[in-house]
Design a protein around this ligand. Structure first.
Ligand code: SAM
Ligand code: SF4
Length: 460
């Protein structure tokens, strides 16, 4: 087998970051990454099974790989579908040699050695009860300015609809010391934005007992050179007031909290085993809204959970109106293997789910149309992400994680480099983004601190 590999990744940010660690591990083991599957000796497929017919999609894709099997290539299936389907994958796609869930990735070097020795059925499926996390110094981060750090793996919450506790295993946190070492290394490499990741990132419990989640956020936010710290996804049950306080006190902590509610109906929340009520959730919203900073709030929602009545759904709609989220990621309930919700009665017809999804998204768009108006005239610090030549606009991201399309024509000769920060005055707001004009005057930024000044020359 040639020591070249091609990797395809599906799913959430956790999966994207897992792939960065897998790539780093492979490169450390002497493999070279190629961008074309035909050129690769090893083809890896990092899968997601959160919704829809994920399993079928994986088998369909594996079927397409079949044409390559005669060429001496090896195939590996990683991630949630690998964990969920296990050895069935070998039966349905016999040319696959390795099947591993995320809780086994720390054993990858050993699994790769077995693969090279010609073993044909290598599994990493038995580690879901492990207390260990996948810590590696060999992470191939794809963006040189902003990078992820997984601080907690797995999930013990067992919501009735969700596969994650079955595919990613037990909840386990890294020590604060190990997270700090990784964050400092990233700063030394020039990263200015760090995003903490975890299925429930705020359920973080330092095994050494040294730091709370909020203290860890502040400690990373105070590292010299760090300009932004984000975290996702938070769970309402573990959401504590000190997180809001930390954001208020630490300008580098981004003013954005993603706190999925899933439903506005207490009855549906109970059936989902979320273990909080609408009122309990709204109390957390009131903490966030009482902050000194304008903290952006976003959420995930599921429509059409078994038994969700019209009145329950209406409660989701009124909740959206009450909270005024800046973004909602809404999904039709999709029954997942092994979860309690699969066997629940009162399933909702797909047309009803689709209609509810449409109503929810329409309502949310309306809210964003007016609610984003609060930013008109503000000066926001924007991190440059790319350039859109057709509109002659720079595309960047605000601390609140909003896309900002802006022109720089007035103040700079060249396009500002990706990863640089600059102040932008918001001149127009649309339901999904802000539009603005870069300004030369960093003094005009009362809302954010610009540490270290601008990163490129401003003509004035
Ligand atoms: N841990 C986070 C929480 O509890 O909010 C969510 C993580 S989950 C990977 C991401 C989102 O997928 C969930 O917030 C939920 O809205 C959605 N989701 C999970 N299982 C689902 C299912 N069976 N059907 C539809 N959406 C689902
Ligand atoms: Fe899934 Fe619930 Fe765990 Fe979130 S908290 S990952 S929705 S089981």
């Amino acid at each position: 087998m040639s020591k070249t590999f091609y990797i395809e990744t599906f799913g959430c940010q956790m999966n994207a970051h897992d792939s960065e660690k897998v790539i780093g591990t492979l490169e450390q083991q002497g493999y070279a990454r190629v961008q074309d599957e035909d050129a690769a000796g090893l083809i890896l497929y990092n899968t997601c099974s959160i919704r829809d017919k994920a399993e079928q999609k994986v088998f369909h894709r594996l079927n397409e790989y079949k044409r390559l099997q005669g060429e001496g290539k090896k195939f590996a299936v990683l991630g949630c579908v690998a964990q969920q389907e296990g050895e069935k994958i070998f039966e349905k796609a016999p040319y696959v040699s390795m099947v591993a869930g995320s809780a086994s990735y720390r054993n990858l070097p050993e699994m790769l050695r077995r693969l090279e020795a010609g073993e044909e059925r290598i599994t990493g499926l038995d580690d879901r009860q492990t207390e260990l996390t996948f810590e590696t110094e060999f992470t191939a981060r794809s963006n040189p300015h902003r990078g992820y750090i997984t601080i907690i793996e797995g999930c013990d919450k067992f919501c009735a609809y969700c596969v994650v506790p079955y595919t990613r295993g037990k909840e386990r946190s890294r020590t604060a010391a190990s997270v700090m070492v990784e964050a400092k290394k990233m700063v030394d490499l020039g990263f200015t934005e760090i995003q903490f990741l975890g299925q429930n990132v705020n359920s973080y419990r330092d095994p050494s007992g040294r730091m709370s989640f909020a203290e860890l956020l502040v400690a990373v936010g105070e590292l010299p050179g760090i300009r932004r710290v984000r975290f996702t996804t938070s769970h309402p049950r573990d959401f504590t007031r000190d997180i809001v306080q930390a954001i208020d006190d630490t300008p580098t902590l981004c003013d954005h909290i993603h706190l999925p509610v899933q439903s506005g109906s207490t009855a549906v929340l109970k059936a989902m085993s979320r273990e909080y009520t609408r009122e309990w959730y709204l109390e957390r919203m009131s903490w966030i809204k009482a902050a000194k900073r304008d903290i952006s709030i976003t959420s995930d929602m599921i429509v059409g959970f078994p038994g969700e009545s019209d009145a329950d759904f209406e409660e989701t709609i009124t909740l959206v109106g009450e909270v005024k989220y800046d973004a909602v990621f809404a999904f039709k309930f999709s029954p997942r293997p092994n979860t309690p919700a699969v066997t629940m009665a009162d399933s909702i017809p797909d047309e009803v789910k689709s209609e509810r999804l449409r109503i929810l998204m329409d309502r949310q768009r309306e809210i964003q149309r007016t609610h984003y108006g609060r930013h008109l005239g503000e000066v926001q610090e924007v991190m440059v992400e790319s350039y859109n030549p057709s509109r002659n606009q720079v595309v960047g991201r605000s601390s609140q994680n909003k896309t900002v399309n802006f022109s720089t024509a007035q103040i700079v000769q060249a396009q500002p480099p990706v990863g640089s920060y600059l102040p932008v005055r918001i001149t127009q707001t649309l339901p999904n983004c802000l539009v603005g004009e870069a300004i030369a005057d960093a003094e005009a930024m009362p809302l954010v601190s610009v540490q270290g000044g601008l990163d490129f020359v401003v003509l004035n």
